[in-house]
Design a protein around this ligand. Structure first.
Ligand code: SF4
Length: 301
C-alpha cells in the first residue's frame, strides 16, 4: 500500500543492487560495483507474461511501479517493458529512478510513456552528490543534472523529483539553498522531500530534523511535499499489516541480524523487511546496535 498511489504493484526488473549509485541511505545495503551498463537481466517476454498472469488473477492495482532492488533504467529493453505494460492494462505506470542514466536519449525515449517519473536529486553540488549517492567514475554531476532536466522537459507535467535529506550530509542551510536553486532550473510537477526514517544497513545515516524538512518545503517551491513522516507512520503500515513482523521478532530473539540476514532467512524483499523493522523499532520491540560498521537488530528487553 502506498498512501499516495494506493495499491502499487512493483516490478523488479533487475537483480539485487544492480545500480548506478551506492547511496549512503540505501535500505538494500551496499552496491558492490556501480554501473552505467545496461543489460537485459531477465527476458522481457518472461516479465510481461508474469505480469499478465498477475493482472488476470486479481483486482487491478492502482499503479504499476517500476523500481525495486536497484536502478530500473539499467534494464536494456525498458521501452519494450513499458510498451508491453501499456498494451496489457490502463493502470498508470510509475518509474522511480536514481536518475544517473537520464543523460542517455535511449533511456529517455524508453520512459516517454510512463505516467509519472520520479528521479532522485539529493544535492545541489558535485561534492555533496558524490558523498551521498557515490556515483560511478565517468559520470559528472552536470551530466546527471542535464539528464534530469531533459527528462523533465520531455515528460512535462509528469515528473516529481525526490530529495532525500540526511542529517549532517545535505541538510545545512547552504545545502538546502543549493538544492533549491538547482530545482528552480528544472521544469517539475513537484518535489517529494524525504529523510531516511527507515532502518538502513549503513551506520551514521540519520533523518534530519522536522524543522529542516519544513524549511526545505518552503524553499523547494509550490509543489513541494514532505513525505518522510507519512512513510514513517501514515501509510497504513502499522503492526497488523506486517505479517512478517512476528517471524522477524522470533528470529531476533535467538540472534541479532542485519536487514539482509532477515530478508534472506524469510524470503522477504529488503524493502518489506526494512518497513517492518521500522515499526518494531518505533514501538520498542526491537532495538539496534552497531558492529564493525554494520547495523544489527536485536529483540529488546
Ligand atoms: S539509487 Fe536506490 S537502489 Fe541504488 S543505491 Fe541509491 S537508494 Fe539504493
Amino acid at each position: 500500500m502506498s498512501r499516495r498511489f494506493g495499491r502499487s504493484l512493483g516490478i523488479d526488473l533487475i537483480p539485487h543492487k544492480a545500480c548506478s549509485y551506492d547511496c549512503v541511505y540505501c535500505q538494500l545495503g551496499r552496491t558492490k560495483a556501480t554501473s552505467l551498463d545496461r543489460e537485459d537481466f531477465h527476458p522481457p517476454g518472461q516479465i510481461l507474461a508474469e505480469l499478465k498472469g498477475v493482472l488476470a488473477a486479481g483486482p487491478p492495482p492502482d499503479v504499476i511501479t517500476l523500481a525495486g532492488s536497484g536502478e530500473p533504467t539499467l534494464y536494456r529493453s525498458l521501452a519494450e517493458i513499458v510498451d508491453g505494460i501499456k498494451g496489457l492494462t490502463d493502470v498508470p505506470v510509475l518509474l522511480l529512478t536514481g536518475g544517473a542514466l537520464l543523460y542517455d536519449p535511449e533511456v529517455r525515449r524508453a520512459i516517454q510513456r510512463v505516467d509519472l517519473l520520479g528521479p532522485s536529486l539529493d544535492a545541489g553540488d558535485e561534492d555533496t552528490w558524490r558523498r551521498i549517492n557515490r556515483p560511478p567514475p565517468g559520470l559528472s554531476f552536470d551530466r546527471m543534472v542535464d539528464g534530469i532536466r531533459a527528462a523533465a522537459r520531455e515528460n512535462e507535467g509528469r515528473v516529481r523529483v525526490e530529495v532525500m535529506l540526511v542529517r549532517d550530509l545535505n541538510d545545512s542551510a547552504a545545502s538546502l539553498d543549493a538544492i533549491a536553486a538547482l530545482l528552480g532550473t528544472i521544469p517539475l510537477d513537484g518535489v517529494d522531500i524525504n529523510s531516511p526514517v527507515r532502518p538502513v544497513p549503513r551506520t551514521g545515516v540519520h533523518p534530519c530534523a522536522r524543522t529542516t524538512l519544513e524549511r526545505a518545503r518552503e524553499l523547494f517551491g509550490a509543489g513541494a511535499e514532505i513525505i518522510a513522516s507519512t512513510r514513517s507512520n501514515g501509510s497504513g503500515e502499522g503492526r497488523r499489516e506486517h505479517k512478517g513482523l512476528d517471524a522477524i521478532v522470533s528470529i531476533l530473539k535467538r540472534r541479532p541480524c542485519t536487514v539482509e540476514d532477515l530478508s534472506a532467512a524469510l524470503g522477504m524483499h529488503p524493502h518489506e523487511t526494512s518497513k517492518a523493522l521500522e515499526v518494531a523499532v518505533q514501538d520498542g520491540t526491537v532495538s539496534t546496535e552497531v558492529r564493525e560498521g554494520e547495523v544489527f537488530f536485536t529483540k529488546s528487553g
